[in-house]
Write a protein that binds this ligand. Structure first.
Ligand code: ATP
Length: 237
């Protein structure tokens, strides 16, 4: 693997007295898609939130693009190009589609906001058609596209996608995976948490399996698929 874009070592995190992450090591190389798997409550969302500075790290280190960002403010992390598209969409329902997208233009990307908006509209023509519609009145799938579009407005170098296909129809899931493939082809690195494990492993070069706040497996997608126990646990075959 070339030098990591994201390099996490011994990461610990939790809430109050609850310890969730118990020392996680994880790397994402530039332009790589990495799948993060694990059963419910394993700590995937907590990992994503800790890496993107929404939850403070309690130990260990997070390096991004060669710089130590452990303990950095959320804005600083976003400003470096580490963007997190949260689970459950979380768009601003009372703002229009366009306003939601414009809010994704953080400091570094603000000067190129118009160009970025054009790019997002070309990726998601539906968002252009609905640019003046209130986000809260968009369908679930459209809100999910909007959340990803908002992430792209920040000119990410690493995009963390947390359950992007949740609640999407099979057709939209296909579209979403097509989009992820396209962003990858353009050189974007992606950390992907997905319930569609089979499709995730098809598109990801490597995978990590979290269990109970620890890494239980890390390796290529092919290695994971060749491990009977993991294939049974995550694909049921
Ligand atoms: P899922 O696949 O179900 O979304 P996950 O792997 O993303 O699960 P997390 O959401 O990271 O898991 O949760 C890990 C553990 O942390 C769970 O036991 C959960 O109850 C706990 N937890 C998550 N958020 C909080 C919080 N805000 N306060 C207290 N405990 C929390």
């Amino acid at each position: 693997m070339s030098e990591a874009l994201l390099s996490v070592r011994g990461l610990r995190s939790g809430y109050g007295a609850v310890e969730v992450l118990r020392g996680i090591d994880l790397d994402v190389a530039p332009g790589e898609i990495v799948a993060l798997l694990g059963s419910n409550g394993a700590g995937k969302t907590t990992f994503n939130h800790t890496v993107s500075a929404l939850v403070p790290a309690r130990g260990g280190s997070i390096r991004f693009d060669g710089e130590d960002i452990t303990g950095a403010h959320y804005r600083a992390v976003v400003g470096r190009g580490l963007l997190h598209v949260p689970e459950g969409r979380k768009v601003f329902p009372n703002l229009t589609v366009r306003e939601n997208l414009e809010l994704g233009s953080f400091a570094r990307a603000r000067a190129r906001r118009a160009d970025n908006l054009e790019r997002v509209f070309s990726i998601f023509p539906r968002l252009r058609e609905r640019s003046t519609q209130l986000a809260g009145t968009m369908s679930g799938g459209e809100q999910q596209m909007l959340a990803i579009g908002r992430g792209l407005m920040g000119e990410p170098r690493l995009l963390i996608l947390d359950e992007p296909s949740l609640g999407l129809s099979p057709l939209l899931v296909e579209e979403l995976f097509g989009l992820i493939g396209r962003l990858h082809a353009e050189g974007l690195a992606i950390l992907l948490v997905e319930q569609n494990v089979a499709q995730s492993l098809e598109i990801a070069q490597r995978a990590y399996v979290l269990e109970n706040g620890s890494v239980q497996f890390s390796g290529s997608s092919a290695e994971l698929l060749a491990t009977d126990r993991l294939r049974q646990a995550y694909l049921g075959v």
